[in-house]
Design a protein around this ligand. Sequence first.
Ligand code: GDP
Ligand code: MG
Length: 331
Amino acid sequence: MTAAGPEAQAPGDDLAAAVRSGSRRALARAITLVESDREDHRAQARALLGDLLQSITPSLRIGVSGAPGAGKSTLIEALGLVACDDGMRPAVLAIDPSSAIAGGSILGDKTRMGELARRPEAFIRPSPAGTQQGGVARRTRETILLAEAAGHDPVLVETVGAGQSEHAVTGMVDLLLLVVAPGGGDDLQAMKRGIMELADIVVVSKADGDLRSAAERALRDHDSATQLSMSRHPGFPAEVVLCSAVSGEGIGELWTAIGRRADALAEAGVLERMRGEQRAAAMWDEVRAGLVAAAADSRDGESATSLEAQVREGSLLPEVAAERLIQGQLA
Ligand SMILES: Nc1nc2c(ncn2[C@@H]2O[C@H](COP(=O)(O)OP(=O)(O)O)[C@@H](O)[C@H]2O)c(=O)[nH]1
Ligand SMILES: [Mg+2]
């Protein structure tokens, strides 16, 4: 067999075992499989994840969000290196809902994480370019599970700050870091859009050189802002941390703050409860997506196209048309 990609070989026990053994190539292949929209690949991906599920120990899942250019990738690399030095095996993934439109990838320039990429214990996966929007959350969730099956911990997920992506990522991570660069106005944007309230830790980045004093100002502003705003978990106010990925200042402190927060949430049972809720929400997301796809595709009975036409011209109520389409699926 010479063909590359998931179709080269029917994945089964072999791929599951290879992923479990920590093989990077096997993990990369498994991720390619879950990224595929092909029906047979979906079935193989489900079988693979089913095989692996029992042997997965949840990692610490860290979402890293913020406006483009805020310093997310640079920070992730710095944190990843600290994790490696602590004897851990970090994985870096990207969730990028805009990639379908932009045709690019936020981690496409993998060279930015060159130092981390050279560490054998780390795994970096750029986001797939040109994929369909709807599957982004599922693919990321499944990729997190695969990375965990391969023994990676922590899993860092970079997401580009477009509003919706922060909400999507909070559905799959334990902690959300919001990275704000000083003096750019990003911080104010985040406050306005209510994104601050999703953050466990607000990271004021680039606290070095010319930006140092602006960063200190931003730290004070965010400290007071987080005290006023609601926190993601009642009783666990968000922390604000200042750091520079370039000078290294504050990176160790940030790593400690991450661990401290994760421990506190775990001890209070919040983490376990949240993970359960995330899994249940993922199930309902799949139900919704599956029903919509099946209804739109329905060939039996009244076609979706004719019902939609009647709804458009106003001769049929949207609710009635929807009910008929759903009934058609359940019958
Ligand atoms: N001075 C300074 N520049 C930084 C720091 N972190 C990132 N940058 C720069 O900010 C720009 C954007 O960084 P990047 O990590 O790609 O941001 P992302 O788009 O949020 O992932 C790059 O030119 C980095 O070199 C930092 O700690 N200090
Ligand atoms: Mg980036």
